[in-house]
Design a protein around this ligand. Structure first.
Ligand code: ADP
Ligand code: MG
Length: 266
């Protein structure tokens, strides 16, 4: 059964999409079977995976609305992972779903039939604690929280933690924090180091050991429709995201070893 991981933080520009795309590519290279879901109307994960968001025959929008079976909307990327693409149509879908029963469970239901085909499903969330993000957190086993180590970062984090706890209470009791990921990190920045220390104080082992440095190659890759693995795997950003993929795989293996009965019956 796939490990379903939402990449979420209601703050924009913290590295959610960069993490979702590059972790997908890193896991695919392992090689793991990976599905990346673009749940952000901006469609950045779609473009960054080399798929044109303006030319989709079907997308996550139709899947959430129950108009198209999920298999029909999934496309294969050049980097050996599957993509359930998204674009601006998601905004309209969100409004239409607003008044429907089970509106938070649409993605979970859609994934039910196909999750077994993958080792990992990654969901790139929009920068808001919206109905779309609730769908991701309801479908997910865990959340990766990318964050920039700056002054207001911890404050924003508490809103997300509150949301995760609310979801645990109602829609998804098993939801875990997969890890907090330090992104765009600059080791020469004292504030970043101080915030990083505070993060470890608060989240302990839940902070990924891997730190994603600020690296221009990571910012360039999407304009080539490539992940950093395809664009420049040997760059500092490439090495970091491959390291993150290794860490995610290791944690998954440890979980499976800790619960062998569960792993074999699923
Ligand atoms: P989000 O999805 O949270 O809004 P993005 O992943 O789109 O954030 O990142 C915001 C911007 O920062 C993008 O232009 C992206 O290319 C750039 N970026 C992300 N991570 C890094 C990094 N580690 N180093 C340099 N630029 C980065
Ligand atoms: Mg994004």
């Amino acid at each position: 059964m796939a490990r379903i991981i939402a990449v979420a933080n209601q703050k924009g520009g913290v590295g959610k999409t960069t993490t979702a795309v590059n972790l997908a590519a890193g896991l695919a290279r392992a090689p793991k079977r990976v599905l990346l879901i673009d749940l952000d109307p901006q469609g950045n994960a779609t473009m960054g995976s080399g798929v044109d968001k303006r030319e989709l025959s079907a997308s996550i929008t139709e899947v959430l609305l129950g108009e198209v079976p999920i298999e029909q909307a999934i496309v294969r990327t050049a980097e050996d992972f599957d993509l359930l693409p998204g674009n601006i149509d998601l905004t309209a879908a969100e409004i239409r779903l607003m008044n429907e029963d089970g509106r938070e469970q649409r993605l979970k239901r859609a994934l039910g039939g196909i999750a077994g085909r993958y080792d990992f499903v990654l969901i790139d969330c929009p920068p808001a604690l919206s109905l779309l993000t609730l769908n991701a957190l309801t479908a997910a086993d865990s959340v990766i929280v990318p964050m920039q180590c700056e002054y207001y970062a911890l404050e924003g984090l508490s809103a997300l933690i509150d949301t995760i706890e609310a979801i645990r209470g109602q829609l998804n009791p098993g939801l875990e924090i997969e890890g907090v990921l330090r992104t765009m990190f600059d080791v020469r920045n004292n504030l970043a180091n101080a915030v990083s220390a505070e993060l470890i104080n608060h989240f302990g082992e839940r902070v990924f050991r891997t730190i994603i440095p600020r690296n221009v190659r990571l910012a360039e890759a999407p304009s080539h429709g490539q992940s950093i693995v395809g664009y420049d795997r040997a760059s500092r950003g490439g090495i970091a995201y491959l390291g993150l993929a290794g860490e995610v795989i290791r944690r998954q293996r440890e979980r499976e070893q800790a619960a062998p009965a569960r792993a074999t019956t699923e």
